[in-house]
Design a binder for this molecule. Structure first.
Ligand SMILES: [Zn+2]
Length: 455
């Protein structure tokens, strides 16, 4: 009798100290990050993706190689149910010929650092040369009205550098890029030129999606570097008219087949309950797509590998998904949600798409999930990722979020993110191997806690 009582007491204590104990999870976090730092697989894998394949625009040969690359890694690490699922993706190509120029006070032709915006139509073969007009607000454009006819409209509203969160400044400025071409064409302008979306002054043009509507003529749209934007603005301030030129041969080709890639650690107790972790496998065609979003994809693969390496078997299934086509279509995220939900029970989705920087915490989309997870704040102390806040998710998992799946975003220190974002400067040398290792460990720990505790 006494023996049974002791056994029962020990069992009760072990339940009390294991289920839901943030400090137990903190010690798991320590093991995860030490393994991650020590083995350095995150960085090695990301460097391999960046240097052996490089940028991976949807529908490109490089995107196809990245599908094979990540599938091979998942097989190599022994994940379960590794496979690809076909997705038709848009195919926009920049073309080889891309140039911008302006004429200085002496009439000499000077180069501009420009990049066609993703989705832009090309210019005529010889380019477009026209007078430019600078605007900083939509109201200013409206006031100019049809006086911009035949001209190039230059959107030069900077990202607000005083905002503590660069993503917020991006959100406030990016409308110039996404719908500038539509708005200028309404008034008969021949092209749109947009100041790059970064607070840093440098020579890199930052690309990104631009949109058209069928009822308005499609005019070419390009980004220029922030240094060039400052130069053009200064020249315009002198009051003289300024002529610039741009030439590029970008075009949209028919859709092609690509794929989402996935692999799992199957849950030991509730295998039918799924936690998705992932990032987007495609990138823009500049730089390496290292931070955006090679880092997020590798975070997800490495999170699973770390759990496996440490013998941490999740009670629920954790599935790493490499979503294709976030940058110019969201076809991968949409196809995944349509094929898998609600056919399968997703209890959470976590996206990493803010770069391979030091993790700070997680943003949680829904109130009940937030209430539960905030109780595990202490589990993330050692990782420094203990800032668990309301509001989060990610673009790729947004089709799951809108179907009611609690969604999380891995929040990292984003102060440098927009220095590199969508530009030729988003290369592997901008990634810290230690910060990458921390990101993978933080993602592994959050996925593991949800797998053990449910949501
Ligand atoms: Zn991204």
């Amino acid at each position: 009798m006494r023996q049974i009582f002791v056994i029962a007491l020990v069992a009760a204590i072990s339940v009390l100290t294991s289920a839901g104990d943030p400090l137990m999870y903190d010690s798991i976090g320590v093991r995860l990050v030490r393994t991650s730092l020590g083995q350095n697989v995150s960085y090695t894998m990301l460097a391999d993706l960046c240097t052996s394949i490089g940028p991976r625009l949807s529908g490109s040969a490089e995107a196809a190689k990245a599908v094979e690359f990540t599938k091979a890694k998942m097989l190599q690490f022994g994940f379960a149910n590794v496979h690809t699922e076909p997705v038709m993706v848009p195919r926009w190509v920049r073309g080889k010929d891309e140039a911008g120029w302006y004429f200085d006070g002496s009439g000499a032709r000077r180069p501009l650092h420009i990049a066609a915006l993703g989705g832009s139509v090309g210019t005529p073969k010889r380019g477009i040369t026209a007078e430019i007009v600078e605007v900083k607000t939509w109201d200013a454009l409206k006031e100019l009205g049809t006086t911009v006819k035949g001209k190039i409209v230059f959107f030069n509203r900077s990202m607000d550098r005083s905002l503590p969160t660069p993503g917020q400044a991006y959100g406030q400025a990016v409308d110039q890029r996404s719908r500038g071409a539509i708005e200028v064409a309404r008034y008969g302008a021949v092209a749109a030129l947009v100041r790059s979306m970064t607070t840093r002054l440098d020579d890199f043009p930052h690309t990104g999606s631009t949109h058209y509507v069928d009822s308005i003529p499609k005019v070419p749209a390009a980004a220029i570097s922030t240094n060039d934007a400052e130069t053009l603005s200064a020249l315009l301030r002198s009051g003289k008219s300024l002529t610039i030129g741009m030439r590029f041969s970008s075009e949209t080709l028919p859709d092609v087949e690509s794929a989402n890639v996935m692999g799992e650690l199957v849950g030991t107790m509730h295998p039918e309950e799924i936690i998705v972790i992932g990032g987007h496998l495609d990138s823009w065609d500049k730089g390496h797509g290292a931070h955006d979003d090679g880092a997020g994809c590798i975070h997800a693969i490495e999170a699973l590998r770390l759990l496996k390496e440490l013998g941490l078997q999740p009670k629920r299934t954790i599935r790493a998904v490499m979503f294709i086509n976030e940058e110019n279509g969201l076809r991968g995220g949409t196809a995944y949600a349509e094929a898998h939900h609600p056919r399968e029970k997703h209890i959470a989705a976590i996206e990493s798409d803010a770069g391979g920087f030091m993790p700070r915490g997680f943003g949680v989309s829904d109130s009940a999930a937030y209430q539960k997870l905030v109780g595990f704040t202490k589990a993330f102390w050692t990782l420094g990722a203990d800032h668990i806040v309301r509001g989060g998710g990610g673009v790729d998992i947004s089709p799951l979020t809108s179907r009611g799946v609690p969604s999380l975003g891995l929040n990292v220190d984003t102060q440098r993110y927009f220095d590199y974002h969508h530009s030729g400067d988003d290369t592997i040398d901008k990634v810290s191997e230690r910060e990458m290792a921390y990101g993978s460990a933080a993602l592994a720990l959050m996925a593991y806690i949800i797998a053990q505790e449910g949501l």
